[in-house]
Structure formats: structure tokens, C-alpha cells
Design a protein around this ligand. Structure first.
Ligand code: DLZ
Length: 157
């Protein structure tokens, strides 16, 4: 019984990034990190498509449209829901989380959750190149690994 996993080599992959404009001072950092990581891992510039949506609540619809197109290997969802600024934090964050999960379940395409759900702006900044790493970079690596894993499983199972 062997072990199967996806590599982090992005060569030949086609990726869509759905990025929310709400809290753009955070989401643009997430986007920069994701794009740089995709490029560093071999995803060609022309194979990386950025889709802008107003807020995190709208991410699932665009992610579902992209994933169901049959023309991308993975979708990366980037948003920032900050409790201190968001009267309906649970609704916006919950809708994003459930919708993203559902997009994967319905299409089979890896749809990666790169939506920050934090209490403060400081926590958001700590997760976009601060002491808690970079969630945009992590989302890009996850997307590549899962896209490759899907191909591996298609070949071996
Ligand atoms: C309305 C709203 C609020 C209050 N807060 C956020 C947030 O912290 N992060 C985010 O991505 N979006 C927020 N939004 C916008 C909603 O996601 C959505 O765009 C609007 O409710 C319109 O459907």
C-alpha cells in the first residue's frame, strides 16, 4: 500500500483567484502573496486569472462559476472578515466558509479557503506577512498541492 500526495510544482496548472475588495488593504496583500507563490512554483502568468468580487459574501458564487467552468485546476478564495468592523461577522464569515466548501463538493475542483476571519485589523496584518505567516502564500501552496493530488488520484485509484 503506497502513499499518495500532490507535489507543490505548479507547472502546467491553471488557477483562478477570487479576491474580495472589502478590506482591500488586507486582501491585496493576500493576493500579492498568492500570485507570487504561484509564480515561484511554476504557474505561468497567463494561467493565473484574478476574479474580483465586492465582499467575502460574494466569493462562493464566483468560486462556483470558476470551478464549474471545467477550465481551471484550482480556485483560491481570498477575503478578510474583521469582527470589529462587521456587524454581521458570523453571517458573512459563515456564508463564505459554507459556500466555498460547497463549491468543492459540487465540482470536485479544489476550492481553497483563504478568507481571514479575525477579531482585529492587527490580527489580519499578522497573517499577511507578519508574525503569523502569510495566508495568501499558504492558500496558493494548498491549491497547487490539491490540484496535483487530484490528478495523482485520477491516475492511481
Ligand atoms: C457588509 C460587509 C461587512 C459589514 N463587513 C465585511 C467584511 O468584514 N469583510 C468582507 O469581505 N465583506 C464585508 N461586508 C460585505 C459583504 O461581504 C457583501 O459584499 C455585502 O453584504 C453585499 O452582499
Amino acid at each position: 500500500m503506497g502513499e499518495l500526495e500532490g507535489s507543490t510544482n505548479g507547472t502546467g496548472l491553471r488557477v483562478a483567484i477570487v479576491a474580495a475588495r472589502w478590506n482591500s488593504f488586507v486582501t491585496e496583500k493576500l493576493l500579492d502573496g498568492a500570485r507570487e507563490t504561484l509564480k515561484a512554483k511554476g504557474v505561468a502568468d497567463g494561467e493565473c486569472h484574478v476574479i474580483r468580487v465586492p465582499g467575502s459574501f460574494e466569493i462562493p458564487a464566483a468560486a462556483q462559476w470558476a470551478a464549474s467552468s471545467g477550465r481551471v485546476d484550482a480556485v483560491i478564495c481570498l477575503g478578510a472578515v474583521i469582527r470589529g468592523e462587521t456587524a454581521h461577522f458570523e453571517y458573512v464569515a459563515g456564508a463564505a466558509q459554507q459556500g466555498i466548501l460547497s463549491a468543492t463538493a459540487q465540482t470536485g475542483v479544489p476550492v481553497v479557503f483563504g478568507v481571514l476571519t479575525v477579531d482585529t485589523i492587527e490580527q489580519a496584518l499578522e497573517r499577511t506577512g507578519g508574525k503569523d505567516g502569510h495566508k495568501g502564500e499558504e492558500a496558493a501552496l494548498t491549491a497547487i498541492e490539491m490540484a496535483n493530488l487530484r490528478k495523482v488520484l485520477g491516475e492511481h485509484l
